[in-house]
Design a protein around this ligand. Structure first.
Ligand code: GDP
Ligand code: ZN
Length: 308
């Protein structure tokens, strides 16, 4: 079901198909299939987001059904849709600063929950201490998700990433402050021109800051959605079943090998995950991350609740 944008004026002109490339509160910027780009007025809370496919007939805007929506929680705890019809979530990490414990796992679960393909992008591959970090990450996540080792600084590894994104995917990148996400996005998408090294600044401007998502076409194909000032990424509306089903590294065990079909992998008899942990095929620390997240979600921790 699409959302009709109620307008009193009669239909006029032919129907045009397009995609929302920016949202300005009372108007959306639409890139039409014809190549034309134009603003169309919308109601402020009409719920349109960047990446939405729409048809426009005169002043009427009609939103087409979404394939995916990626949600995030803002600093006040409200849930917002970051973008519609995204395909790939790029999780940017670096040896300096290191990802916070559980960050990678949560990002992968969030992507899978939203039906996006998660990929890991290890930035700052030029740093001397990066080797050990790359090895550790590859040992844990290799074969589970695609991993790109890059340096936004030297350009190393960027062509493999742009080739991947160029296969017609629409992507969104997350990463904790300082990993070089802005530098990386600037390197792959010159029209973005993000400011580098603005640590914590975006969050400190009070409530006047409106973060506008924008959709960009990449020079070598594919598209990128960016939301300035968006660094931290939490799980939204996650259930323990989602966590059990999407936790990276549990894939081998998921293929119907647990004795109970709705196994939560917490010591149930015949659990294939416990078996892999015992055999050392799933690292103990990752299993501990899983159990801790599980407990928080089950306890109804505020972080996982929704205030729309
Ligand atoms: P963001 O907070 O994730 O957007 O990170 P920025 O792009 O602002 O970069 C944070 C700092 O890391 C800046 O000082 C950048 O110059 C530096 N940086 C970014 N990418 C690289 C890289 O590939 N290698 C190195 N050595 N430094 C980088
Ligand atoms: Zn199990």
């Amino acid at each position: 079901m699409g959302v009709q944008n109620k307008q009193d004026s009669p239909d006029s002109g032919p129907e045009q198909k397009g995609v929302i490339v920016a949202h300005h509160g009372i108007a959306v910027d639409i890139l039409f299939e014809s190549g034309e780009r134009r603003m169309v007025k919308v109601k402020r809370q009409a719920g349109h987001v960047v990446g939405d496919n729409v048809t426009v007939t005169g002043p009427r805007l009609f939103q087409l059904p979404r394939k995916t929506e990626l949600c995030r929680r803002d600093s006040r705890g409200s849930v917002r849709i970051v973008g519609a019809n995204l395909d790939v979530l790029g999780v940017v990490i670096s040896p300096m600063p290191l990802p916070t414990p559980g960050y990678i796992d949560q990002a992968i679960v969030a992507a899978r929950q939203a039906d996006l393909t998660p990929v890991l992008v290890i930035n700052k591959g030029d740093l001397e201490n990066s080797k050990a970090f790359i090895e550790k990450v590859s040992a844990t996540y290799g074969g589970i998700v695609d991993i790109f080792v890059v340096s936004a600084l030297t350009g190393e590894g960027l062509s493999a990433l742009t080739r991947y994104l160029g296969k017609g995917v629409r992507s969104f990148f997350v990463g904790i402050t300082g990993v070089g996400k802005s530098s990386l996005l600037n390197a792959i998408c010159p029209t973005l021109d993000l400011r580098v090294g603005e640590l914590y600044e975006a969050g400190n401007r009070g409530c006047n800051t409106t973060t506008v998502s924008t959709l960009h076409s990449l020079p070598e194909g594919g598209e990128l959605v960016d939301t300035p000032g968006f660094n931290e990424f939490g799980l939204v509306d996650i259930s323990v079943a989602d966590l059990a089903g999407f936790f990276p590294g549990f894939e081998a065990a998921m293929e119907g090998q647990c004795h109970f079909r709705d196994c939560r992998h917490r010591g149930e008899p015949g659990c294939a995950v416990s078996d892999l942990v015992e055999k050392g095929k799933i690292a103990k620390e990752r299993y501990t991350t899983y159990l801790a997240l599980f407990d928080q979600i089950q306890a109804g921790d505020d972080r996982f609740k929704t205030r729309r």
